[in-house]
Design a binder for this molecule. Sequence first.
Ligand SMILES: [Zn+2]
Length: 99
Amino acid sequence: MNRAGRDGHTDWCGRDHRCGLGEHRSDEIVVDVAGRARAVLVRVRTNSGREYAEVRVRVALAPGEMAARRQLVGLLGDLRHTVTRAAIAARPRPGRAGR
Ligand SMILES: [Zn+2]
C-alpha cells in the first residue's frame, strides 16, 4: 500500500478538487474503443487506508431491442464475473493484517 507523501497525499493522488471528503482520488484513466465502448477508472484511497478501483463503463448497444437486451444480459454476467474475481483477490489472507 502506498504511504502518504510529504504533502499528505499519495503519489498517485490527483489533488485539487478530486481529493477530499476523506478520500484521495487519482486522475481518470480512460480506455476508449473507437466510439463503441469506454471505461474510466479512478483509484481511490479512503481515510481508513483501504484502496479501491472505481470503474465506469459505457458500451454501445445494438439497435434492436431484443439484441440490446441480450447484450445487457451478457454485459451483466461479465461484470458479475469481474467483480467476483476482484473481491476474491482482495479478501484478507491468514497471517496478513486485515485492512
Ligand atoms: Zn489526496
